[in-house]
Write a protein that binds this ligand. Structure first.
Ligand code: NAP
Length: 457
């Protein structure tokens, strides 16, 4: 495959491309992986490192420790968000950008160079990106997911021993959210109240389809397209994941009691798919008699609102959750909160050709440039990336390094020691500690790296 020509990007001096065929990756010893630093807490600002710097140092240390220098990631820095605007369009004012077409705004925040880089090299790690507000171009993240058809978003949420999490059942949390990533209200078919298109749609809905809207009222209208194909490919991935990773249940989370032909259909398609494609490997909860047979996965469903209380009152009852896009957005943050916050919540966006790994959280602007935010979420996203490359040993080192560092903080907290070797968000959850009794993100990363290298106890 010919290498694309880039306008302003500089390829790493060595490294080679990851080839993807029929969903299988051929990973060289020195793969080129695209890196988007991100905005806010992702970025290094005036020399103060962001969480992306902490994550990269940690991932490099894990690869080095796991493979003694035989393997190495060659990071290829590309731009999106604020850094893209600075590099490609430094002279544009906010007003200039607001006056642009949505496609031109996309070029400002997500340049063709970056799309070419991810398309060619297939794997990327991405820091959080600010969502431009009020413009025609909606979201860099959504654009990336749609451009590369990254249909499956995977967000594992597991309790780390020692975290003083807000929920007393937090230690039972070991769930993996499979969020459909490109349909539902995120397809972005929305019309502003009073707009020409909005008025035409309102008229069409009332006159042609019998929609019950109040005459003369000014409606903003959004559409929620959910396809059988899109829903089934997400649910298929969720069931395969449960079977491969020893989980016992796949729960279809929906609001089908109200939205019957979108969310209700998602549930129906889920049961249909399980019966047709995994007849020997799945059993519907309604057909289950007694214990779950060995090697089988139970398929059940829960209405979204009830799911939010279930994960708090009975977190041990749930394993893999398959859900439409918006439900997935909400439940991921709620689950992360159960185990101690967004700083511990990783994610992967997977398509047939490309994959982008990113934390669940956003740019947390109030902590930007302070070396303060928790980098674990991006490190854990990086660990998922290493597993995706088939480098499980290195991924495990990252997870164990984080886990050991948090356990050490928990031990030290019992002695009243200060500061604890974790970031502000985790330290403030220990009794008798405030958010000022923790360490910087970079120091937390250093402590994790010491475990990865075997230099800490
Ligand atoms: P947010 O950036 O996720 O931050 C909300 C709160 O979550 C923070 O104030 C902080 O809580 C906590 N938090 C987030 N990341 C953390 C970390 N690494 N360590 C510790 N605590 C962390 O949500 P937001 O403020 O609503 O969104 C800011 C921007 O990010 C928006 O433009 C949004 O659209 C965008 N966004 C991007 C992505 C993405 O790139 N994938 C995802 C979501 C949002 P405390 O203040 O309680 O400490």
């Amino acid at each position: 495959m010919a290498e694309p020509v880039f306008d302003k990007l500089k390829l790493p001096e060595s490294g080679s491309v990851i080839n993807v065929a029929d969903g299988k990756l051929a990973v060289p010893n020195e793969p080129i992986v695209v890196l988007i630093e991100g905005d806010g807490i992702g970025r290094t600002i005036n020399g103060v490192p962001g969480i992306t710097d902490a994550a990269i140092r940690t991932l490099n240390a894990a690869v080095e420790a796991a493979y003694n220098g035989e393997k190495k990631i060659r990071w290829f820095k590309a731009h999106a968000g604020d850094s893209s605007r600075e590099v490609y369009h430094p002279n544009l004012s906010d007003d200039d950008i607001k006056a642009m077409s949505p496609e031109d705004q996309r070029q400002v925040y997500l340049p063709d160079d970056t799309l070419k880089a991810i398309g060619h090299f297939s794997v990327a790690l991405k820091g959080p990106l600010t969502t431009p507000v009020g413009g025609g171009f909606r979201s860099i993240n959504v654009a990336l997911r749609q451009f590369f058809d990254l249909h499956t978003c995977i967000r594992p949420v597991k309790y780390f021993d020692g975290v003083s999490a807000p929920n007393r059942n937090a230690d039972k949390v070991d769930m993996v959210v499979f969020r459909e990533n490109i349909e539902d209200v995120y397809a972005g078919i929305e019309f502003e109240a009073g707009s020409e298109e909005g008025k035409r749609l309102q008229e069409f809905l009332v006159k042609e389809l019998g929609g019950k809207l109040r005459p003369g009222w000014n409606y903003g209208i959004g559409l929620k397209p959910m396809s059988e194909q899109g829903s089934k490919r997400l649910i298929r991935k969720a069931i395969e994941y449960a079977l491969e990773n020893g989980y016992k249940k796949v729960t279809l989370m929906h609001k089908g009691n109200i939205m019957k032909f979108t969310e209700g259909a998602f549930m129906k398609w889920g049961y249909e798919l399980a019966k047709k494609e995994f007849p020997e490997k799945t059993v519907a909860e309604s057909e289950l008699e007694g214990d779950v047979p060995e090697g089988k996965v139970v398929i059940n469903d829960r209405v979204a609102d009830s799911m939010f209380q279930q994960i708090q009152t009975r977190p041990g009852d749930y394993d893999v959750i398959a859900c439409p896009n918006l439900n997935g957005d909400y439940i991921s943050d709620a689950l992360a909160a159960l185990v101690g916050g967004l700083g511990l919540a990783p994610g992967a966006n997977i398509g047939d050709k490309c994959a982008i790994f990113e934390a669940t959280h956003g740019t947390a602007p109030k902590y930007a440039g302070q070396d303060k935010a928790n980098p674990s979420s991006l490190m854990l996203s990086g660990a998922m990336m290493l597993e995706h490359l088939g480098w499980k040993k290195a991924g495990d080192l990252v997870k164990n390094g984080i886990s050991s560092t948090i356990s050490k903080a928990a031990r030290l907290s019992k002695e009243g020691a200060k500061p604890l070797p974790v970031t502000y968000d985790l330290v403030r959850q220990f009794d008798g500690y405030t958010q000022n009794d923790g360490m910087k993100s970079s120091e937390f990363a250093d402590a994790i790296i010491r475990y990865i290298r075997g230099d800490a106890k």
